[in-house]
Design a protein. Structure first.
Length: 109
């Protein structure tokens, strides 16, 4: 995405996360600014997913990982450690809107 061009990954993540918090409906297209980075983005996303207590942040990270997987930027299923973490964090979610938020997960699981 042009608006994120030249930004370091951590700033791209902040832009994505806070952008999704600020708008309704969620601007899910913002995931396209990070997803093409593929494996370069995984350490940051894994760390954020491991440490956050926010259900909303978990949802946004899981959605971003699904975009990466569906578009062939990173095969989340083949990364057993990351995939286990995603499944664990998804079970922890208590947000009723979660399944409305994640709209195209069939290819992810």
């Amino acid at each position: 995405m042009v608006y994120m061009k030249g930004l370091p990954l951590d700033k791209r993540y902040d832009f994505y996360y806070y952008g999704t918090r600020a708008k309704r409906p969620y601007p899910l297209w913002m995931a396209d600014g990070i997803a093409p980075m593929g494996s370069k983005a995984i350490p940051l996303l894994r760390d954020k997913l491991s440490t956050t207590n926010s259900s909303f942040e978990k949802m946004t990270i899981i959605y971003l990982l699904s975009v990466m997987s569906v578009h062939g930027c990173y095969d989340v299923k083949s990364d057993s450690e990351l995939f286990s973490l995603v499944m664990q964090k998804e079970r922890e979610l208590n947000d009723d809107n979660y399944h409305d938020y994640i709209t195209n997960m069939n290819d992810f699981y």
